[in-house]
Design a protein around this ligand. Structure first.
Ligand code: MN
Length: 291
């Protein structure tokens, strides 16, 4: 097996607000600056680096909006996110939990800070990924997977290195609970200082690591600091991550779908005609109703 090398280490792009509750660095696609294809099937990564929101009686967030053609995956590291959608699903993503929402044929939802978290104020830190769907699944029925931290499969690492949490896909033969439409591995490495973990993904899988806490060295050479992103080359399979201080690292790797991408705002389809159809369906109220 050949080593998968880092192609680029990025520091966070300037933040912008999504609604009034999410202060995000858009790493994918604008941080990478090379289009949607580079991290296919991951269309978007918005990273709310740790940010203090003061107490408020009116929860901050993003009001009702549509999505079609992909999945939104929200990982809460600090703070709590509440969610409601037009398919009747709702819930609170607590610290360490993950929400996997399949918008597919179309959904309306709203995302905002949980009520008690808003009242108390506090540090807020999360990642939202948009995972594309293959053309044949874009118009399938919406669904919702709430994955609590307690339910997540965890794999202990040797030598008191820490552990791996499997959100989706697998690590060392152990499988995570999220169901995905195409092969996707999504892992949290929670490493103690000096702890090390080895990973192996196929050469063609688009792969990156985001350092959520602490700092790491990849393949004993490439240093990535807090909030930094490491993008891997599409050569080789194996790499190591070593924590140079206690670290939390999000690892994402997925098989590219390799289909045309037509994206506009909250809609991601394969053709321009399908985008026009999505806008028309949304305007005609075909995405359901949400107050
Ligand atoms: Mn949304």
């Amino acid at each position: 097996m050949k080593t998968k090398q880092i192609e680029r280490v990025l520091t966070p792009p300037p933040p912008h607000m999504v609604g009034d509750g999410f202060r995000v660095h858009n790493y994918i696609p604008s941080g990478l600056g090379v289009g949607f294809e580079r991290m296919d099937p991951f269309l978007l990564m918005d990273y709310n680096s740790k940010f203090y929101f003061p107490p408020t009686d009116k929860p901050r967030g993003v009001d009702v909006h549509p999505h079609r053609g992909f999945e939104t995956v929200t990982i809460a590291y600090n703070g709590k996110v509440a969610h409601h959608d037009s398919a009747g699903n709702s819930g609170v993503i607590e610290e360490g939990d993950v929400q996997w929402m399949t918008a597919a044929s179309g959904i309306l939802h709203k995302e905002y800070h949980e009520k008690n978290f808003s009242k108390a104020g506090g540090d807020f830190q999360m990642v939202q990924l948009w995972v594309n769907l293959p053309a044949k699944d874009k118009m399938s029925a919406p669904k919702y997977q709430g994955i609590t931290n307690a339910e997540m499969k965890k794999v202990a690492l040797p030598d008191n290195s820490g552990f791996i949490e499997i959100i989706a896909g697998e690590y060392n033969g152990k499988k995570g609970s999220a169901s995905t439409f195409t092969p996707v591995h999504l892992l949290n490495a929670k490493l103690n200082k000096g702890g090390k973990a080895a990973f192996s993904f196929p050469e063609n899988y688009n792969t990156a690591v985001l350092v959520v806490e602490g700092s790491i060295k990849v393949n004993a050479t490439d240093e990535i600091k807090t909030d930094g992103l490491g993008l891997f080359k599409n050569e080789g399979e194996e790499f190591t991550v070593e924590a140079t201080e206690n670290a939390v690292v999000l690892i994402l790797s997925g098989e590219p779908i390799n289909e045309p991408i037509a994206a506009q705002g909250p809609f991601v389809m394969n053709t321009r005609a399908e985008i026009i159809q999505a806008i028309s369906d949304f305007n005609m109220g075909k995405f359901g109703y949400l107050e």
